[in-house]
Each structure stands twice: as C-alpha cells, then as structure tokens.
Design a protein around this ligand. Sequence first.
Ligand code: 5GP
Length: 183
Amino acid sequence: MTGSVTVISGPTAVGKGTVVKRLKAEHPDVWVSVSVTTRPPRPLEVDGVDYHFVTDEQFDELIATDGLLEWAEVHGAHRYGTPAAPVERAVAAGRTVILEIDLQGALQVREHLPGCRLVFLAPPSWDALVERLVGRGTESHEMQQRRLETAKGELAAAEAFDAVVVNDEIPQTVERLVGLLGL
Ligand code: 5GP
C-alpha cells in the first residue's frame, strides 16, 4: 500500500503553517514532514517539532549524501529542505503525507514524485498579505521587504499548481484541503 504526497505552498505569510497545524489537529492521521533549516529557531519553536535546526555544515552534508528530497534557499537568507527518508517511509506505510514548503521546493518535488499533488495557498489580496506579514512581527523591516519581493514572483506561479485555495477564513481553507485530500 502506498500513500499520497500533497505539497502545500504559497507566498510568505499566507498562513501555510497555521493551516497545516489546524489540518493536523483535526486529522491526526495525516503525516506532516518536519523540514531541516539553517535558520535559527524563533522563540517557542522546538527542535525536531517545528524544524530540525542544523548548521550550514550539517546541511551541506545532507545535500552531499542525497538526504534531501528537495531543498531551497528561501528569501535569500537561509536554506530549508525536506529529509527524504522519513517521507519515503511514510509513503510506504500508506500515510497521507503533507509537505509545507516554498515554491522552488514544490516544483522540485513534482520532478521527483510525479504523482504528488501541488496545492497553492493564495492570499485573499496583496494588501492582506502585507498586513499579515507586518502584523505577525517576527521579521525585521528589511526581512519583511525581502519576503514581499519574493512573494511578488511567487504569486505569479500559482498557475503551475494542481489546485489553488484562497486562504480567507482558516476553517474554510482547512475544509477545502480536507476535500482535496479525500480525508
Ligand atoms: P519560516 O522561516 O517562516 O519558517 O519559513 C520560510 C519559508 O520556508 C516558508 O515559505 C516555508 O514554507 C519554507 N519552507 C519550510 N520548510 C521548507 C522545506 O523543507 N523546503 C523548502 N523548499 N521550503 C521550506
């Protein structure tokens, strides 16, 4: 029995993390990949739960040993990647696998796993996106500007995805994802 892989992607601050956490809370049977990153942890983030926080050297080692299903440098700042082995094990075990990753990563996963499904989470509007990014206050002004710059290009990429879900109200977004995943 093999499971399905769904990639949930979208521009910065669109609410991917919140939506995936909610989906997981409602459907504990879905298996959500924990990424590796060279970004330092934010307050309240837990190593091994939110991310595996690694050094640049450890990340290089993972790339060199083919340990990552995909990886990307996001917002020109830090590297993020999906450990390959846990995803392979979860698929082999028949699980519904979710990857919450950036757009560059999503397109790499499609190349490696042609049967996967790419879902683009879109903001209701550009202003809503800016408001969310500034409102959550986790990035410096410079980093906010950089993320918004990336987001402009990312919004244009929605058409390469299998489905677009507008993240207006979180419960409705989760409901639509549940429908797409056939849960
Ligand atoms: P944050 O630093 O806010 O946690 O995440 C920044 C961006 O990195 C988000 O767009 C998130 O989806 C993306 N990201 C998280 N994990 C991965 C991953 O494993 N691979 C890729 N390509 N992007 C990721």
